[in-house]
Ligand binder design. Sequence first.
Ligand SMILES: [Zn+2]
Length: 349
Amino acid sequence: MGIHKIQMPAEILIGEGVTEKVGDVCKDLLLSGACLLVSGPKTMGIGGKRVSEVLSGAGYPVETEVVESIEKHELGKLIERAREYRFVVAVGGGRVIDIAKYASFRAGIPFISVPTAPSHDGIASPRATLSENHTNYSFLAHVPEAIVADTTIMAKAPQRLIAAGAGDMIGKLTAIEDWKLSSKVTGETFSDYASALTLLSANMVVDSAEMIRNREERGLRNLVESLISSSIAMCITGNSRPASGSEHMFSHALDSILPEGRRFHGEQVAIGCIMMSYLHGLPWQRIRATIREIGCPITASELGVGERDIVRALVLAGNIRKDRYTILEQKALNAQTAEELARKTGVIA
Ligand SMILES: [Zn+2]
């Protein structure tokens, strides 16, 4: 066995009001000099302003950049700007975190992640999802130096975002099956540790479904800790293999054929997971019931997409990442078998 290098966040703070500690975290990390705070139009008010005040109070000069688009070609200016600072702090949802993570990586400066919603597991992972010509791709970036996950802020996130985060976690059930399958068929390296950690996290969300739906503090904390643990599993492997399989390819395929809309990544992943569970021979009805329980859509119409689009995305999904072997490669769905799959699992009527 060769050398295995693992990069992890140096500090993770989870709890009520931990935003107030962000200055202390920067000091613990021995960060000095000016900070570029990246936030979104809405999340600036939700947490960005307060984080900026806390950092200023701790003696850090702070300037702010409000971002929205995740188009990769629009990031050049932000990368240039980031080079003028000593570190980047991102306060926002998945989009903001991904943009800031990638820009700080390209600028070669440390990155601190302050998520405002538990909506996906990019919170702590070394990867960033960005768009190129309106299609989302996952790019290598770097691991956040610290994660400051304030459950007081996250508890106020829209229910749909919380459910989407849980949906993204349930998607790991099929991601791990795909990885196991690939290790058998292609000989791809499989990590017992990373897969066990991911499954533990996914099952914690399954067991907490009711508490998550009811927005109970314990349920929310379990969800946030699961998302972070899943990210840590990605830090262990250095890629997104433990967290992203055929269910994610289905979601990426939907993104590539549909214009941007009010659909969330985790919702699409959850629907993909129902269908991929069926293909893998997992207890898909139970998985679907859990997804329903946490409040994620389980049908095309609930997701707000056409039935044709589901079928098209299923056919396309197998070609979305040729370097990643999944059940889709084995099943090689065509328009007819894809439609049958979507119908059998109740995703289309
Ligand atoms: Zn995901």
